[in-house]
Write a protein that binds this ligand. Structure first.
Ligand code: DGL
Length: 262
């Protein structure tokens, strides 16, 4: 089966890294909208336009049999329209609020995402459906997307940005930080140093791949060394050449390392 994963940028590679290892026999396409990243600080109509373009390319030109929107921001504003336009299974991503609340239910949960996701109607509805004890706080971290896109993962600037953003929260009262943007997974090592040990990470990556398997009737395998093939595109252009492919490989390697951090 030809499965497309789509994100504004390199965040979706954190989902691909997992998907390729648990579905090693499938054929993957990865689309990063490099011309338009970041999405999270742009206008909603602009993002909807970019997502339409990406779907036209992936479904109509590349013949994808299923599309994973590995982007919480695009899911927030455009997935409903895409489901009306296309018949292929479309798997979106939403911040894993329900999972985080189910894990504890007493301590607070800090949901981090881009400004579009944080201010979106979809997240508001998700929180009001599950946060019956008013335990959820929302925090936009748009600069993490910029840092990730320029491969600045561990630096005094990243640390200072996160330190200041987290300062208003008394983190001893929290059980989890929800990584509600796929770009944020790249910063788990820095976040781990800043957060108390009792605060865990919750993201939607594994759940999304399980949902992909369920919707397409595929069977996942325990992650091993075998990996599915993948063709990479940047805003519709095939990625070719040693340097750009090496850059993607370095993101994938970091994504795999970050998956180990809980
Ligand atoms: N990686 C995306 C997400 O999961 C969006 C990042 C951006 O382009 O702002 O929301």
């Amino acid at each position: 089966m030809r499965i497309a994963l789509f994100d504004s940028g390199i965040g979706g590679l954190t989902v691909l890294s997992h998907a390729r290892r648990v579905l090693p026999s499938e054929e993957f396409l990865f689309f990063a909208d490099r011309d338009h990243v970041p999405y999270g600080t742009k206008s909603v109509p602009a993002v909807r336009g970019y997502v339409r373009e990406a779907f036209r390319f992936l479904v109509e030109k590349q013949g994808a049999d299923a599309v994973v929107v590995a982007c919480n921001t695009a899911t927030s504003v455009a997935v409903d329209e895409m489901r009306r336009l296309y018949e292929v299974p479309i798997i979106g991503m939403e911040p894993a609020v329900k999972k985080a609340l189910a894990q504890d239910g007493e301590r607070r949960v800090l949901v981090t995402a881009t400004p579009i996701t944080i201010n979106g109607e979809k997240l508001r509805r998700l929180v009001s459906a599950h946060d019956t004890h008013h335990l959820v706080d929302l925090l936009a971290l748009p600069r993490l997307v910029e840092f990730a896109e320029r491969r600045e993962f561990v630096s005094p600037r990243v640390e200072e940005y996160l330190w200041n953003a987290l300062a208003p929260y008394d983190l001893v009262h929290y059980s989890a930080v929800v990584l509600g943007c796929t770009h944020f997974n790249y910063f788990k090592d820095t976040l781990r140093r800043l957060l108390p040990k009792a605060v865990g990470f919750v993201d939607g990556n594994e759940g999304t791949v399980e949902e992909l398997a369920r919707r397409t009737g595929l069977c996942t395998m325990p992650a091993g060394t075998q990996m599915a093939s993948c063709r990479f595109f940047e805003s519709g252009r095939p990625v070719a050449g040693a340097e750009p492919l090496a850059r993607i490989e370095s993101y994938l390697a970091r994504a795999a390392r970050m998956e180990e951090i809980v």
